[in-house]
Design a protein around this ligand. Structure first.
Ligand code: ADP
Ligand code: ASP
Ligand code: MG
Length: 405
């Protein structure tokens, strides 16, 4: 008997018909002799709707209250799914994050799971019940509800799979697996049979929303066998696995784009030691993650421009902090550009090949796409560009690196 964690995303549980289809799939897996734990997302569009409600009231709603609000979406789906499973004659019970002991840190709206007290889940399984857990949420040390960031239900599923030492974690979504790039943007995108944890980690953190970045970190750390597949058919999906020798032969295995970025520039900052530390300490203490950083030293003055990117969700807060820093340092001022996208190429084979980055820059230049910022690692190259060029850039890079083949 295998223990399987199945996670169903928003489109897979978009309405009560879909929820009943999911219940059938779950019950079928249980009838084959498996123990099944289900993790569900909010119904499609629900989280966006709740965010819209809050923003109808204020620009910057309190993050603790946002977590209370947003966690309700997955709670609805978990109860409806349990009801649908019960209707099919199987025992089931829904749980919130708190009820299954998902303990997180206190960074509201992007909390990290610290540990899971899975006792309640084990008991339910022993009693022959199919537990249905509301994804995306936990509680902090004060028992306040937290959420794990957009797409966080994937992380709930993988973390539960790790805590229960499950044999398999299946992520059911609205595409047949992980593709060379977003199949909704490039129709030639090719489904991968398998992808390494490291490449998947980069793809996810660089904007391929098919898996939440943290979920891949958990899968890698605890060696959770992970598969991404469609809840709309029985195609085999993509396995996320440890890197093997074959994978290194492929130089570029995917292209990703993240349109959810903003670039902030502090202009005319005095060019003296400790300035960057000061700026980024202020930002970090507000729980904002800074992604790329570029510092230009101008030759004629003793001043420099510092640019960095943050997620759009954090951009207003980051802009305010940057303005305070700028005033404090007598810098020239701050500007923000929210019309940017980060386009990246990813591949474990890049380490051992020359000229990959140059080819990317050349390709973008030929299309007249201006590069605002660049960052590289052993297995990826990222460029910040104008968002209006994002889809075209993804298409041409997919083409140039022959990913459809
Ligand atoms: P769910 O609601 O099931 O969690 P998401 O919308 O979060 O689904 O993620 C699935 C979506 O991710 C797909 O519909 C697809 O448009 C997008 N996506 C982006 N990059 C990729 C990729 N490389 N492979 C597959 N899907 C991708
Ligand atoms: N409902 C949340 C979101 O839309 C979490 C998830 O779907 O994984 O981001
Ligand atoms: Mg998702």
């Amino acid at each position: 008997m295998a223990l399987i964690v199945q996670k169903y995303g928003g489109t897979s549980v978009a309405n009560t018909e879909r929820i009943q289809a999911v219940a059938e799939r779950v019950v079928a897996a249980a009838k084959q002799g498996n123990q099944v734990v289900v993790v569900v997302s909010a119904m499609a569009g629900e989280t966006d709707k709740l965010i819209r409600f809050a923003h109808e009231i204020t620009d910057q709603p309190d993050e603790r209250e946002m977590d209370m609000l947003l966690s309700s979406g997955e709670r609805i789906t978990s109860a409806l799914t349990a009801i649908a499973i019960q209707k099919l004659g199987s025992k089931s019970m829904s749980f919130t994050g708190r009820q299954v002991g998902i303990i997180t840190d206190s960074s509201h709206t992007k909390a990290m799971i610290e540990h899971i007290e899975a006792g309640r889940l084990r008991t339910a399984l022993k009693e022959g019940k199919i537990p249905v857990v509301a994804g995306f949420q936990g509680i902090n040390e004060f028992s306040d509800v937290t959420t794990l960031g957009r797409g966080g239900s994937d992380t709930t599923a993988v973390a539960i799979a790790a805590a229960l030492n499950a044999d398999l974690c299946e992520i059911y979504t609205d595409v047949e697996g992980v593709y060379t790039t977003d199949p909704r943007i490039v129709k030639e995108a090719r489904k991968l049979d398998k992808i390494s944890y490291d490449e998947m980690l980069e793809m996810a953190s660089l904007g391929a929303k098919v898996l939440h970045g943290r979920s891949v970190e958990f899968a890698k750390k605890y060696n959770v066998p992970l598969v991404v597949r469609s809840s709309f058919n029985y195609a085999p999906g993509t396995l996320v696995v440890k890197e093997d020798k074959d994978m290194e032969k492929i130089v570029v295995s995917g292209v990703a784009a993240d349109k959810n970025q903003a670039r902030i520039t502090i202009m005319g900052v005095p060019d003296t030691p400790g300035i960057a530390a000061g700026i980024f300490n202020d930002i970090a203490s507000s729980n904002i993650v800074v992604d790329m950083i570029v510092q230009n030293i101008s030759s004629d003055t003793k001043a420099t421009d510092i640019s960095f990117t943050v997620s759009k969700a954090d951009s207003k807060k980051a802009f305010e902090i940057a303005k305070n820093v700028s005033d404090r340092l007598y810098a020239k001022g701050v500007n923000m550009n929210s019309d940017v996208a980060k386009v990246s190429i990813i591949g474990v084979g890049m380490v051992s090949h020359f000229g990959v980055a140059a080819k990317m820059f050349e390709t973008l230049a030929k299309e007249g796409v201006n590069i605002m910022m660049i960052s590289t690692s052993e297995i990826k190259v990222s460029c910040v560009i104008d968002v209006k060029h994002s889809d075209t850039a993804v298409k041409i890079l997919h083409d140039v690196f022959e990913l459809a083949k």
